[in-house]
Write a protein that binds this ligand. Sequence first.
Ligand code: SF4
Length: 103
Amino acid sequence: MRVFGRNRVSTYLLIGLGEDPDKLVAAARHLIALGVYPFVVPYRPLVGALGRGDGIPAPSHELVADITDRVARELQRAGMRGSDQEAGCAACGACSALSSVGG
Ligand code: SF4
């Protein structure tokens, strides 16, 4: 952030690995305060992935929607949008529903 500036850095936060949703949203809030875009993405148990082999299911739609909505509201409050990034996953946006709910 110090090198690239506010809303020029993003980081993946995976939903669905057993985390506490409130702690994930709090972590996202902390990242936003630092100027880092928290790109929340559901874990996907793809064929061949270790998690799938261990029988870890994808997170529920309700959990993904809840966290995505809450993080999007935090981003809106801070005036940060993925579309304002110039590169990386937040600029692409394909793996998260954040941009569809205003994040
Ligand atoms: S498709 Fe887009 S959001 Fe997903 S990993 Fe690739 S660059 Fe990132």
